[in-house]
Every structure is written in C-alpha cells, then in structure tokens.
Ligand binder design. Structure first.
Ligand code: SF4
Length: 247
C-alpha cells in the first residue's frame, strides 16, 4: 500500500531495486509511435512519482507485480535500431515510466545512448523525464552533455508546491528539484526544455510556473504544452485526488 504523499527519492531507490538486475532493466514493450513525426519507442517500468494522470498508472503503482522482462542496454539499443531501420525513423525515446531512478538505472540509460550513437550517430534521442533525479543527483548532466543530438524534455508536475503534491503524489518539499535539474542541464549546454500538461495548469498555473522557471534561469518561452488523454481511469484518478481540469 502506497500512502500519499510519499518521499519520491526514497521511492526512486525502492523502485530501482525492483526494476533493475545489474545493468538490465524491466521493459514491457518496443514499438513504433506516431509522436514527434514518428519515433522508435521503448516502454519501461518504474517511476518515483505516481501522477494522477499517468497513462501507465497500474504498472508504476506496482512495478513488482509486472511480469515484464529485463533487457540489457545492448538489447534495448538493438530493438530500437531495428524499429528505426524498418520504419525509416530518425528519432528514438524511452517512455512509459522514468528512465533515471538513480545511479544504476542512469548507467543503463547511458549505455543505451552510447550503443545507439555508436551504431547511428545521426539519430535524435529524446529523453522524456520528470527531472527529479536530475535535480537531486550529481554528475548526470555532465555525462549527458557528451551526446550532442540528445534532447531532454522535463515534464513538470505542478506550478507550485500544492499542485505538485496533488498531481505527482510526492511530498511538496520536492517541488523545485525537477526545475533545478532542468536548469543544471541548460547550464551545461544540453538541449533541454520544460513541458506541462495544460489541463493541470490552466492560464494561471502557466503564469506561476513561468516565475519559478525564471528563478532557475530557464526561459519560459521554451515551455512545451501537451494535452490530456482523457482515459476513463485517468479521469477517475483525477477525481479521487480532487484535481480540477482547466479548459
Ligand atoms: S512522471 Fe510520468 S511516468 Fe511517472 S507517474 Fe508521472 S506521468 Fe507517469
């Protein structure tokens, strides 16, 4: 039973132990996806947050219960490269959960990046992350800065402490870590930008997050806005947490 709100750093460590075996990580699917004009996608398991609108809520709530397989970095890279070749794509990403839970999962991700770029240096890799461990851990940004075609999209889960706690399920004192992580990447010259879900923020929330981004020298003009997939279970989870939807 997971009581809300929780400490997401502690949960990241616990989840990492469940989804990593050495440098192999649990994945549940490899697929071509239509986003970004066509992208090879590896869906992984395990996230420190438990967002009310997460489309992978069940797996992220119970990573220990999934029967999904563990894949080495080389296996993940090979499967992504196979999809790229078959579909004629030039982009790859990991999705479905959080790639960076700590040192061990970062090392897995780093090796996937290395294998991908060794085989095909012209590919764009899009890292979709909640930014928590990028703000908390040291050295991740430095190691990522060697990959010139890496794009990082940090999905922010609230516009202030209270909305962050309601949406992500994490204690409000961790609200600024993802923004801090984003700021650290930008300072290193990495192509990184913030993203938000419009229905969670509305115009007022966007105004508030603009201010917080500026404090970490992140340009609010780069904010990417995405829109909610209103799956019935997502609407139910939002209702349970009393989260209003902005139109
Ligand atoms: S950060 Fe992303 S993967 Fe993790 S719970 Fe939230 S929406 Fe799901």
């Amino acid at each position: 039973m997971l009581n809300l709100p929780f400490d997401p750093i502690k949960r990241a460590k616990e989840v990492e132990e469940l989804v990593m075996e050495g440098l192999a990580r649990k994945y549940y699917r490899f697929r071509p996806a239509n986003y970004y004009g066509g992208i090879a996608t590896a869906d992984l398991v395990g996230c420190p947050f438990l967002c009310a609108y997460c489309w992978n809520y069940g797996r992220n709530l119970h990573p220990e219960m999934s029967t999904d397989k563990y894949y080495s970095p080389r296996e993940v890279a090979n499967r992504l490269l196979f999809i790229v070749k078959r579909k004629g794509f030039n982009k790859v990403r990991l999705s479905g959960a959080e790639p960076i839970l700590g040192e061990q999962s970062f090392e897995h991700f780093y090796q996937v990046l290395k294998d991908i770029y060794k085989a095909n240096p012209g590919l764009d890799f899009i890292l979709e992350t909640n930014g928590l461990l990028l703000g908390y851990g040291a050295g991740f940004g430095r190691r990522l800065s060697q990959f010139e075609s890496l794009e990082v999209r940090v999905a922010l889960k609230g516009f202030d402490e209270e909305s962050f706690e309601n949406i992500s399920g994490s204690e409000r004192r961790f609200f600024e870590l993802p923004i801090k992580g984003l700021g650290k990447l930008i300072k290193r010259g990495i192509n990184a930008r913030p993203a938000i879900m419009y229905e969670m923020f509305g115009p007022e929330g966007i105004g508030k997050i603009d201010q917080r981004l500026r404090a970490y020298e992140v340009r609010p003009e780069e904010l990417e806005i995405e829109y909610l997939e209103p799956y019935p279970f997502v609407l139910e989870n939002l209702k349970k947490r009393f989260i209003p939807l902005h139109e």
